[in-house]
Design a protein around this ligand. Sequence first.
Ligand code: ADP
Ligand code: MG
Length: 711
Amino acid sequence: MTAPESVAVPVDELFGVDTFSKQVMRKRLPKPVYKSLLRTIELGEALDPQVADIVAATMKDWAVERGATNFTHWFQPLTGLTAEKHDSLVAPDGMGGVIYNFSGADLTQGEPDASSFPSGGLRATFEARGYTAWDPTSPAFLTRNGKATTLCIPTGFVSWTGVALDTKIPLLRSMDALSRQAMRILKFFGTDAGVTRVQTTVGPEQEYFLIDKEIFSRRPDLVTCERTLFGARPPKGQQLEDHYFGAIPARVLAFMADCEEELFRVGVPVKTRHNEVAPGQYEIAPLFEISHIASDHQMVLMEILRRVADRHGLKALLHEKPFAGVNGSGKHNNWSMATDDGVNLLDPRDDTHTNMQFLVFLCTVIRAVDLHADLIRASIAAAGNDHRLGANEAPPAIISIFLGEMLSDILTQIEQGLPNRTIKGGTIDLGALTMPQIPRHSGDRNRTSPFAFTGNKFEFRAVGSTASVAWPNTVINTIVAESLDAVATELEKAAGSNPTPAKIQSAVLTVLKRLLKEHKRVVFDGDGYSLDWHDEAERRGLPHFRESVDAFPVLKSKKTVELFKKYGVLTKSEVDSRHHIAVEKYVKQLVIEAETMVSIARTQILPAALRHQKLLAETITATEGAGVDCDDTVAELERIARMVGEVREGIDALEKASAFDGDDLMKHALHIRSDVRPAMARLRTSVDALEPRVAADLWPLPTYREMLFLK
Ligand code: ADP
Ligand code: MG
């Protein structure tokens, strides 16, 4: 298979050509219309219906010129995926021909049948009405798939009763909540001039595996579950550490360049590509954007990875743990807050010890993470992520914050009084005259921390590679909003009604000191992989939810419900539905995995092993018939027969363990953890033990070596 030609057009001519961006709108819309729309986008003013009609007509012309025949409201239901229902832009003109037709109403509102999307009990199946509503702040874009070019309009998805049935609406609400509270801090410091909003920003790094499509299609476990349920460890895995940042294989590079071209076209600013730690594992990262745009773009990115891989005869696996024994995949969620005129509020600047506003924002996040570590953990609970978190390759399931030496030192100074120094990084002399001296950061990195401060942002590293980033960011924004609210209230009170600079400084120091006393237990700069940390975290009273089923109940706790309600992010029934859907998805995924295991073991592994067994038996008969002693083959036959027996028992045991009566989802999830997962693990162990003993030409599944070492 030959890969298509890549990026023939310079990137600056390519970037955003398939997005209905602000530039396009400015160029094409009448000035008053553009201005009115801008007020909606930037200031949240209500959309004028007449404006909507003109925008729709202009958007349609632009899309049709670029080859579009259909449009869709593109949304993110609670499946965690994206949804689209295409409608034609063409309508009969009544005279035997057609005209292109797309009204303001078509643009602003759609009405997909809501009953087939998960609502987590929010809606009965017969209560089907749901609406999609245009999100004018996220640019419309074109998707190109062979002959089909479709205008995609980002939308939110609500029920007829006004309940959010998607991941975008709560994210937008959480951004508003955070903005309101963060503005109070800016006001307190007198730095709010010219600022109308505080935005949250997100830069998600995506890890994924690539395997050959033909090999993929011969693994029913990958086809059905996107992860291998069987597979013996190959002699060479990642132990030589030769893959990370290694030279990118030509076929993979062609794929990456093609993905980047597609992403550039729709305005996703991808920046970084490299080999990851495991063989066959890669990473792609865009530049950060405002949260909801970053989240939309992340969904587009996952779709494009999958679609373009297919064209290259590859399969992109986004699952958190497609292969046992080598690293799994995550999505590092880099997060910060910035004013709408572009000031990053988590930038410590030089002389950080004097930057009181930064220290307040920093300690507010520390407070939020300490008070809501359980909810952060729960926000990334999912069956796939269970294989990753807590293993020695991914952040632990204990949520803690890494700050690094420079910040930790300043916080210690604050505890003792007025801070008076900032540790500097200095430079590193490479000892070779021809090479430049390079600046050194003031602290090292820590890849074992789930919530690490990395220079001028936090990196939440525990998000799963298949997850939408909308939900974890909704949680982060909401808990930080709550924390900003509490801290702002305290600061305002401590400084009094007529705050002088001296009063402000003393208020800040008092509040920071108290915050640190109460919440610094969540700060941990050591090795998050070590077992000592588990004990230490327990002593500090930090929650440790090892598995998803332990964390799910947090999603519907009273504390969670009240938090979301107070900041207008989710109502109680909206919270309950998120809990319901998370548990339901976990149960469904594991039921599918267990059934797939039984089916593969019974219909593929057992027959192959029996054929091998027969081969040995026939060999013995023939060998002995020829008068040659073959005790060793007899011993091997006995061993194979025993191992086959174990596999058969394992299949029966798993089938038995999988039986569950009743429709209490949480009980089912707990049963899966206590009975089904151990039975799955036992069956896998016996099958994997058999694999290296059975003739390769009889083994029915491609091996790890074939899957991982793509050339
Ligand atoms: P790493 O060295 O951590 O792997 P990468 O360069 O791969 O870093 O990715 C870092 C990500 O963090 C990028 O997506 C980058 O745009 C993002 N990022 C940088 N600054 C911010 C910020 N202020 N807010 C959110 N994300 C940010
Ligand atoms: Mg990276």
